[in-house]
Design a protein around this ligand. Sequence first.
Ligand code: GTP
Ligand code: MG
Length: 214
Amino acid sequence: MTARADEELAERARKLFAGPIEFLKSAPELKFLPDPVSPEIAFAGRSNVGKSSLLNALTNRKTLARTSNTPGRTQELNFFDVGQPIELRLVDMPGYGFAEAPKDLVKRWRHLVNDYLRGRSVLKRALVLVDSRHGLKEVDREMMRMLDDAAVSYHLVLTKSDKVKPSALGPLYETTALEAAKHPAAHPSIFTTSSETGSGIGELRTAIVEAATV
Ligand SMILES: Nc1nc2c(ncn2[C@@H]2O[C@H](COP(=O)(O)OP(=O)(O)OP(=O)(O)O)[C@@H](O)[C@H]2O)c(=O)[nH]1
Ligand SMILES: [Mg+2]
């Protein structure tokens, strides 16, 4: 892409995310999914990694998605319509990998997410959020394999970058990129973000709009 086209895309993304965005619905089961009328971008990641906070930061809203210190706050697929008329849909998925999760819940989560990932033709890309303080964990690798198997392309996003020393971010990026390269559906672009400071948020907006457009 030319520098000019890049800038235009960034500007389009900025405007889109500054405009109308609305919570559409929660789907606790597959049968409650909305009609697939627009491209979708899904947010995945361990519980408490900052999925809902990232959604709020991307959309410049404080309380669009519910955030919390209690792991497992988000237990359904939550759909947010971006643009009016709608241009794309953001999907906040339930977090995985918290110790206290009852087995039944984990099973239900796995089915819901797996069915959604495999059956959704409008799903253009997923974002797999990884806490910058911890790096990739086994549960993240499981999620990555699930996406590889479903052939859904995804970006890794290193969240809460404000919580680690700037000098640690480079090595973290390198090890994460090396591992991503082994996964067929992992996109080579990895993002580093902070919902607290806004770092990396603009770049991620642009990537989302780009993924929704192709
Ligand atoms: N310092 C800092 N804190 C963050 C950031 N993003 C999220 N947090 C905090 O981390 C906690 C969890 O954030 P959520 O956005 O609710 O996490 P989640 O991934 O949606 O969690 P579940 O819905 O349980 O899966 C909250 O206390 C947030 O304030 C960040 O970029 N920087
Ligand atoms: Mg959440």
